[in-house]
Design a protein around this ligand. Structure first.
Ligand code: CTP
Ligand code: MN
Ligand code: MN
Ligand code: MN
Length: 402
């Protein structure tokens, strides 16, 4: 289904979900320079600032012409978010082909260390700043801190069994008998694993390998449970030639049977993939728990496994390396919202939620689409239906790179 033509004309629109955002835009160099500033603000914990840059970058990504002094004046300067500061950065770029502050940032020791630390999966800006403040600067400093030898294998089969048991033990019951999980009782292995496997997890994954990973996973899943369906989501679905990980949303073809067949399947698949030596580490595993009255009004009907995966060598491909693999299991009624939610981009998702809330009185998340005033839940049977219900023109996943 082609993208609704209106969204290509819609570059003035406020929400990213109303605009086409290609992977590479006519002003990609400018977008990249601004992204350095956005990242710097994010690493410093200046979230509002970072978001302002992210919005501006999103607008630029949708602008269909090369930005010149003239078009800056007639078009860009009139867009929301292009007041004083951002405007002056864009002007600097138009005049000189780069943004001086972005270039200085790139060479600063602080930025280099913070972005190096935060490039490790499981380390966010806050932890990165803590490490910097402790005087740490390099990956070797991190390895000493976590006591990790490069390339170390951190999870033996016995350790994984233990992990699975602890995950099980974490499931508790609320007074009204609903299952919930207590957070934070399992020791987090994410950073040590990511650090030990850094050289491999850093390598981008080509599209055909992402597909190969999906095929292997789905073949194993079919042995446990026939009739499952899947969509590769994330950057792959947005058309990226290389991905940092593989993200797969899984459900069952049968709307009714899926309700009972899907719960628990994520963990069973993980265990099977682990036994077969395909999943080597499980960073995080969550079941159908997570009812959190403060955060959401409905049951979290997604099961997630954030894992490390390694394909078996084959004659055409004798050397395989560890890859990050995210598996997301959704009940059939959550499948299409989960597919949209996990396709991204993050900016696209953020504006989808905002659009739903501010313009439609609805709540969108990866689990469900509901109407706010009476919490009526919609049951979309396709991705297009979600867009229709939200009153949005169809945007192909490859145009969701806001
Ligand atoms: N996402 C989410 N909830 C999470 C993590 C991710 O909803 N806990 C969504 C985000 O909208 C994100 C998408 O899933 O856009 C995929 O996340 P991720 O794999 O982190 O990023 P990608 O966009 O796939 O890019 P990359 O190639 O770097 O993996
Ligand atoms: Mn990180
Ligand atoms: Mn991804
Ligand atoms: Mn992911």
């Amino acid at each position: 289904r082609p993208t609704d033509p209106s969204v290509f004309q819609n570059w003035r629109a406020r929400y990213a979900v109303q605009r086409a955002s290609p992977l590479v835009c006519p002003n990609q160099g400018l977008a990249n320079e601004l992204s350095i500033l956005r990242r710097a603000r994010e690493l410093e914990g200046l979230e509002k600032n970072a978001l302002a840059y992210e919005r501006a970058i999103g607008m630029i990504k949708s602008y269909p012409h090369r930005i010149t002094r003239e078009s800056f004046k007639s078009d860009i300067s009139k867009l929301p978010g292009f007041g004083g500061k951002t405007a002056s950065k864009v002007l600097e770029y138009i005049e000189t082909g780069s943004i001086p502050e972005a270039q200085t940032t790139l060479t600063s020791e602080r930025y280099q260390s913070l972005s190096l630390f935060a490039s490790i999966y499981g380390i966010g800006p806050t932890k990165a700043r803590q490490f910097y403040d402790m005087g740490m600067r390099s990956i070797e400093d991190l390895e000493r801190y976590y006591d990790v030898a490069p390339g170390a294998t951190l999870k033996t089969p016995a350790e994984l069994d233990e992990f699975m048991r602890e995950m099980e033990a974490e499931v508790a019951f609320t007074p009204n008998g609903k299952r919930v999980r207590r957070e934070g009782t399992v020791p987090d292995i994410t950073v040590p694993v990511a650090l030990a496997l850094r050289g491999e997890l850093d390598a981008p994954i080509p599209r055909d390998e992402v597909e190969e990973m999906r095929d292997v996973v789905m073949r194993e899943l079919a042995e446990l449970q026939p009739g499952c369906v899947s969509t590769i989501v994330g950057g792959y679905r947005r058309g990226k030639p290389m991905s940092n990980d593989a993200d797969i949303v899984i459900s069952h073809e049968d709307w009714e049977k899926g309700k009972t067949l899907i719960p628990g399947l994520c963990k069973r698949l993980c265990a099977r993939l682990y036994q077969k030596g395909l999943v080597t580490h499980v960073m995080h595993l969550s079941g159908f728990h997570g009812y959190n009255a403060l955060r959401t009004e409905h049951w979290d009907s997604l099961e997630k496994a954030l894992t490390v995966f390694k394909l078996k060598p084959i004659p055409e491909n004798p050397v395989r390396i560890h890859r990050r693999l995210d598996l997301i299991f959704a009940l059939p009624e959550s499948y299409w919202t989960a597919v949209i939610g996990w396709t991204g981009s993050k900016m696209f998702q953020r504006d989808l939620r905002l659009w739903a809330k501010q313009e439609k009185g609805m709540k969108f998340d990866s689990v469900a689409l509901t109407r706010r005033h009476d919490t009526r839940r919609f049951l979309p049977k396709s991705e297009k239906e979600v867009f229709d219900i939200l009153g949005l023109p169809w945007i192909d996943p490859t145009m969701r790179n806001a």
